[in-house]
Design a protein. Sequence first.
Length: 415
Amino acid sequence: MTGITYEDFLDLDYEPVASDLVCTFTVQPASDMDMDAAASRVASESSNGTWAELQVDGTITDLSATAFGIDGNTVQVAYPEELFEAGNMPQVLSCIAGNIMGMKAVDRIRLEDCEWPEGLVTSFMGPQFGSAVRNDIFDAGERPITATVPKPKVGLSTDQHVQVGYEAWTGGLDLLKDDENLTDQSFNRFDERLTESLAARDDAQDETGEKKSYLINVTADANTMLERVDRVAEEGCEYVMVDVVTCGWAAVQAVRERCEKHGLAIHAHRAMHAAFDRVPTQGVSMRVIAQISRLCGADQLHTGTADLGKLANEDTVGINEWLYGDLYGTNDVLPMASGGLHPGLVPELVKRVGTNIGVQAGGGVHGHPDGTHAGAKAFRQAVDATVEGTSLEEYAEDHPELKVAIDKWGTETPR
Ligand SMILES: O=C(O)[C@H](O)COP(=O)(O)O
Ligand SMILES: [Mg+2]
């Protein structure tokens, strides 16, 4: 018999090997515990230990994690790759963000960052297109792609919703996007919205000579989502939209697999992420949620507005850089800036995060004093002016829709 205690999960001299998944946590130990004791319990509970000393008969595969780097409240833990099932994100998260999030040995714990090993990364499908959608689908050149979200977010009838889309597309925007809580409700059925929106999309394409598309929200139980993905493909759309946090990573993986068959891109809305990442000392950071999204195959992901918009944001710039970065040949992800944007914020947004993004506005389009069509024109004008390096004030001199928008909102950050 060999006894295994939590102390066996701490080795401050350990040097991770290339196949380890290395996680960085911020840990506040319980008041009666020192950091070494708390860190070793984190490594134990998240791999193959528990609170009691285990009596193990015979040899077992060593799947133990090792807490190896402790610096103030920062703790690094290395996990052997054999601990993980290839291509199974729920299983990975049940280790590295599972029981440890609620264990009494820590007052607070937050998973801040992961260094993903090649074997685990390539066991996931990853994005099918990534930021290439900007030119593969839209021919957008150097400019960000643009999207709008009809408001009110729910309650518009199908006809009203489609009309808003048509006005936005013909006003110059690339994408109509459903809001996160619009799926298939009695006032606006999924099937009708899909077919009628795509008919309006075709009209808008003919009128403008520009490619247009639609981010229709397929979020539901996994089986229903797959049926909806099939319907979207049959109707000739390029994308589906998924609320990736609320529907769960297993469902996202199933959608990603089905989208491979159809050549559909995935737009990931992150509604509910803040339940995990808003409290800075607890949970799972948005950076890690973005990493998970990339592994599971999101092509576009909301990553915030670098603090310019209405929602609290965690390090949009750093997260976007990670999404573009090299990851064993995996496609990158197009960051989508959304949440309280309006034309006056576009130049500063692009200054902070660059042009390889999507920009979305709901209120900042439909709240334009002259309505959605004018609001869409103003938003596109702001993007075009910014990319050509002209100030909004100068561009507004011969673009009246933009002038009205900046007279109304200036550069204010909405609340
Ligand atoms: O889903 C979104 O991204 C938001 O609904 C955007 O809406 P807003 O621009 O009105 O904040
Ligand atoms: Mg929304």
